[in-house]
Design a protein around this ligand. Structure first.
Ligand code: NAD
Length: 300
């Protein structure tokens, strides 16, 4: 059975994901070093633990939703890592977005202890995390993914098996590189229209229904005031931070270097986001704020 779940990392994504596991009837033992995150998890019905080590006691499944690969590796690996403590019956599900090589390293180390593990990064953002409609892109063997399925179904709407260990991270990297390219292209096209007298809402509707249509025009319009309830209409607050998109574009560039792939538009996207996120304040804004780069009154 997998009734008892340890959930580690209760941030913008992990907090609402753990709450959905509670709602689905799982016993959730949660840990995050940030006190307010832990307190919110308790309000959401999680049993809170004083450490990661305590949270995983007696757990059938361990779910992690951490910022990056270093956080995941330092949690599981090494003499003080959780792999030294966990029994072979446990299943590990890492939902963080990290390098495919880091995911493969952790999954292989788990395998040496007889522990099944998968990478299962997500797409959909904080709204989908709250609604329980995330997409999971899984890497690992089919048996481990089948064991993970009831847990993932409590947090998401789509569960994809991308391939062996690390394949979920590769899929996530490809997806987010394409998302960045589409977001920049959409912002550029909208500004060109506005500069030539068009109403951005009218142009958005034309392109959304025409051959330029894409997810950013459907769900995440970057032009302020065109769409309700998106970060662009809320001062670019909340959503998916420029800093996290920069991390993901860095992973795309590392992945491309490793496979000698050509990713010229991904490289340009990374550079434009690097320029745009030049200050700490800019890095915290939602990634659709790249629109502001085009609306600067340069050159006229
Ligand atoms: P976040 O920074 O809000 O949350 C991460 C949490 O992990 C923090 O609360 C931190 O205190 C905690 N943490 C760090 N080390 C820990 C440890 N050893 N044990 C327990 N908790 C620990 O980040 P987020 O927005 O929730 O994103 C998490 C991951 O999901 C990232 O890899 C991100 O790239 C990815 N992601 C985010 C979004 C989004 O829209 N925010 C969408 C898809 C994927």
């Amino acid at each position: 059975s997998s009734n008892s779940i340890a959930f580690l990392g209760l941030g913008n994504m992990g907090g609402p994901m753990a709450a959905n596991l509670v709602r689905a009837g799982f016993n959730v033992q949660a840990f995050d070093p940030v006190e307010v995150a832990l307190e919110q998890a308790r309000k959401n019905g999680c049993a809170i633990a004083a450490s990661a080590r305590e949270a995983v006691q007696g757990a059938d499944v361990v779910v992690t939703m951490l910022p990056n690969g270093d956080a995941v590796k330092s949690l599981f690996l090494g003499v003080h890592g959780l792999l030294e403590q966990l029994p072979p019956e446990v299943l590990l599900i890492d939902c963080s977005t990290i390098a495919a090589n880091d995911a493969r390293q952790v999954i292989a180390a788990a395998g040496q202890k007889g522990i099944a593990a998968i990478d299962a990064p997500v797409s959909g953002g904080t709204a989908a995390a709250a609604a329980g409609t995330l997409s999971f892109m899984c890497g690992g063997d089919a048996e481990a993914i089948a064991r993970a399925r009831p847990v993932l179904e409590a947090m998401g709407a789509n569960i994809f098996h991308a391939g062996p260990a690390g394949a979920g991270q590769v899929a996530k990297t490809c997806n987010n590189m394409l998302l960045a390219i589409q977001m920049i292209g959409t912002a550029e096209a909208l500004q060109l229209g506005v500069d030539n007298g068009l109403d951005p809402a009218v142009l958005s509707e034309i392109m959304r229904s025409s051959s330029g249509g894409n997810w950013t025009l459907e769900k995440y319009n970057p032009y302020p005031g065109v769409m309700e309830g998106v970060p662009a209409s809320n001062g670019y607050l909340g959503g998916f931070a420029v800093a996290l998109m920069l991390k993901d574009l860095g992973l795309a560039m590392d992945t491309a270097a490793g496979s000698a792939s050509s990713t010229p538009l991904g490289a340009l996207a990374r550079n434009l986001y690097q320029l745009h996120g030049g200050t700490e304040a800019a890095k915290r804004l939602d990634f659709s704020s790249i629109q502001k780069m085009f609306s600067r009154p340069v050159g006229k």
